[in-house]
Write a new protein. Structure first.
Length: 278
C-alpha cells in the first residue's frame, strides 16, 4: 500500500502562552499543499516493525528514534493495532523545516491503520509525544484557534506558493524555548471567511511570531524572505512553523513559476518548489 503524506504551511502563527506540558498554545492558519512523502506499508510476519527511509532528506533522520517508530510503539501500547509492519518512507519533505513532515508521516499512518481514527482521549497524548502540529495535519485547511481547538475552513481556497528550504535545520523545541513575549489572540475568525480577497486582506496583517527568533539565530532566513517578497506577484512571504522553510503566496501559478526560476538561479543549492493547496 502506498500512502501520500502531505506537508503543511503555517500561513500565520501566534504564540499565546506556554502550557504545563511544555507545549505552547498557538493560533495558526494552516493549509496542506501538494508536496508529500511517499509511504509504503505492508504487514509482516516478523516480531518487530521494520522502518526504513530513503530519499534526499533521509540522512537527517535517526532510523531507530523517529515519529514513525514512536507512533507504532504507542499504537501497540494502547492495543490499537496487533500486527507488525514493514514501512519504507521516501522523504521528499525537508526535515527540521517547519513543514510538519515527520508528524505528517505519523498522522498518515494512523489514518491508514485506524479507519475510524484516534479517539479524543488518545489525541492529546499523541500530540504531546509526536508533535504539536499533530491535530492540524488531518485537515486540509484549518484555523487553529488554540492548540486543542481546530476549525476547518468553511470555504476552501486555492493558493499558489513557492516553497524554499535554505538548508538550515531548525529545532522546534529550541526555537520555542527562545520565546519570551506572548501574543494576544486574533479577533478574526479566519475559518468563517467566505471570500479569497477578504481572507488575504486579513492574512497580510498577520505574522509568524517565531520568524523573528529564527531569523535572528539564522541570518539566511531573513535574506531569503526578502528575496521572496521582492518577486513579482508575491502577496505574502513568511517562514512556516519554527522554520527554516519559507514560502511566498503568489497571485497566479505563472508568477509563482517565474519566482521559482529566479530562486533556482539565485539559490542553486536550496530546495525550491512551486506547489498549491490540496
Amino acid at each position: 500500500m502506498k500512502i501520500k503524506s502531505y506537508c503543511k504551511i503555517n500561513l500565520s502563527l501566534r504564540v499565546l502562552r506556554k502550557l504545563n506540558n511544555n507545549l505552547h498554545d498557538i493560533e495558526s492558519n494552516n493549509v496542506m499543499v501538494n508536496v508529500f512523502d511517499e509511504i509504503k506499508l505492508v504487514k509482516t510476519n516478523k516480531t518487530k516493525d521494520l522502518v526504513s527511509f530513503k530519499g534526499k532528506f533521509r540522512e537527517f533522520i535517526n532510523p531507530k528514534k523517529n515519529t514513525v517508530v514512536e507512533t507504532l510503539y504507542l499504537l501497540r501500547k494502547f492495543k490499537l493495532i496487533k500486527h507488525f509492519y514493514k514501512i519504507e518512507i521516501k522523504k521528499n519533505i525537508p526535515v527540521f523545516s517547519g513543514l510538519g513532515g515527520g508528524t505528517g508521516n505519523s498522522v498518515s499512518i494512523i489514518k491508514h491503520l485506524l479507519k475510524k481514527g484516534l479517539k479524543k482521549e488518545f489525541i492529546n497524548f499523541f500530540e504531546s509525544r509526536i508533535g504539536s502540529d499533530f491535530r492540524i495535519l488531518s485537515i486540509n485547511q484549518s484555523f487553529q484557534q488554540r492548540l486543542k481547538k481546530v476549525h476547518p475552513y468553511k470555504k476552501k481556497f486555492k493558493f499558489w506558493f513557492i516553497l524554499i528550504f535554505p538548508n538550515i535545520k531548525c529545532s522546534t523545541r529550541k526555537i520555542y524555548s527562545l520565546v519570551k513575549k506572548y501574543n494576544k489572540p486574533s479577533r478574526i475568525s479566519f475559518h468563517t471567511i467566505k471570500t479569497k480577497k477578504k481572507f488575504i486582506s486579513y492574512l497580510i496583517k498577520e505574522k509568524n511570531d517565531l520568524q523573528k527568533i529564527s531569523s535572528k539565530k539564522y541570518f539566511g532566513i531573513k535574506t531569503l524572505l526578502d528575496f521572496i517578497s521582492n518577486q513579482k506577484g508575491c502577496i505574502v512571504s513568511r517562514m512556516t512553523g519554527s522554520g527554516s522553510a519559507c514560502f511566498g503566496l503568489f497571485k497566479t501559478h505563472k508568477s509563482a513559476k517565474l519566482a521559482l526560476k529566479k530562486a533556482n538561479k539565485s539559490y542553486p543549492k536550496y530546495w525550491c518548489v512551486v506547489t498549491k493547496t490540496i
